[in-house]
Ligand binder design. Structure first.
Ligand code: PLP
Ligand code: SF4
Length: 314
């Protein structure tokens, strides 16, 4: 897997012990990556099985992923597409992109197009603008969503040209920001997010729950507060996928549920993400957060955010 760390992230890392640093651990390769367990998969979320044409993944009727590019500003060691991303992984050719756009045009049930990759904001602003304009010209596409790590890890790319390329048009544009630790939200990253929010783009946050990075309640609380303060609504907290060589990042679902329960009592509802699992094999994402209702159908009980149980009539 390719290695890349932007200068903005590099200065945050404790050089003496990068693998025990919450930022360093995400980007610095570790010998633990050579340990592959039998449960781990080359295509952990089953993208291949749901790809009708190159660059498109169509798993849910109303939305598709479109992956125009495979490069990223940083390479995350836990990446669920770690076997696909990197400088060697080619971008879609002009002809392949045309075929992908033709697929979207031919499927009126596609309400939303999610640009992912790789990192779509690594495209030259002119090319990105052309792509968004092409999607905007498809009447049934109501929403274009972009998933990116650029505003946080490489904020200098958020320029006037980039803002012009992604400015809101007929279709609504939403931007998902991948961020795993409050320390990543440097003053430069906050400024880039402010530029995006000020230009009218709704921002949502995506975080991967990672052992040694953010698997404790204080760290998650700080991150979610920092995101909301930067006008980024926490959307998903992803349970780590069964990616080959990433066992050292994995937590159990029980641990994830306990963290979500702890956040519920102490953190504004605005700052609560939904804890989700991408079901291995291409079956999509489902919430796997803790349950608050007791399981006795005859006597409904509900647990409050502070751990006390109460009866509920009916
Ligand atoms: C994650 C994902 C989506 C988006 O799912 P949401 O729950 O709408 O965020 C869409 N298609 C595929 C193939 C995905 O993996
Ligand atoms: S930025 Fe996203 S696609 Fe790129 S390596 Fe990180 S997780 Fe993977």
């Amino acid at each position: 897997m390719a290695i890349a760390i932007t200068p903005e992230m590099l200065v945050l890392i404790d050089r003496a012990d990068p693998l025990h640093d919450p930022v360093g651990r995400q980007f610095v390769p570790s010998a633990a990556e050579t340990e592959v367990s039998a449960d781990e998969l080359a295509d952990p979320i089953g993208d291949e099985a749901r790809s009708p044409v190159k660059g498109i993944v169509h798993r849910y009727p109303d939305r598709v992923l479109l992956k125009p590019i495979h490069v990223c500003p940083v390479y995350c060691r836990f990446c669920f597409r770690r076997e696909k991303v990197g400088p060697g992984g080619e971008a879609l050719s002009v002809a392949e992109l045309d075929t992908a756009l033709a697929y979207i045009r031919a499927h009126p049930e596609i309400w939303e197009v999610i640009l992912t990759g790789g990192d779509p904001l690594m495209l030259a602003p002119r090319r990105l603008g052309e792509l968004i304009a092409a999607l905007d010209a498809i009447p049934h596409v109501a929403v274009v969503r972009i998933h990116s790590r650029v505003p946080v890890v490489d904020p200098g790319r958020v320029t006037a040209e980039l803002l012009a390329a992604i400015k809101p048009r007929r279709a609504s544009l939403w931007l998902g920001i991948h961020c795993n630790h409050a320390r990543e939200l440097t003053p430069e990253a906050r400024s880039a997010l402010a530029l995006l929010a000020d230009s009218g783009i709704p921002l949502m946050g995506q975080t991967v729950l990672l052992h040694g990075v953010n698997d404790d309640v204080e760290t998650l609380e700080q991150l979610m507060r920092a995101l909301v303060t930067a006008r980024v609504k926490p959307y998903y907290l992803h349970h780590p996928d069964l990616v080959r060589g990433t066992g050292h990042f994995r937590v159990t679902i029980e641990e994830g549920q306990a963290l979500m329960k702890a956040l519920r009592g102490r953190l504004s509802g605005l700052a609560q993400p939904t804890y989700v699992l991408d079901v291995p094999g291409g079956h999509g994402k489902v919430p796997i957060g803790p349950a608050y209702l007791g399981d006795d159908p005859g006597a409904i009980t509900v647990e409050d955010a502070f751990g006390e149980t109460h009866p509920y009539p009916g």
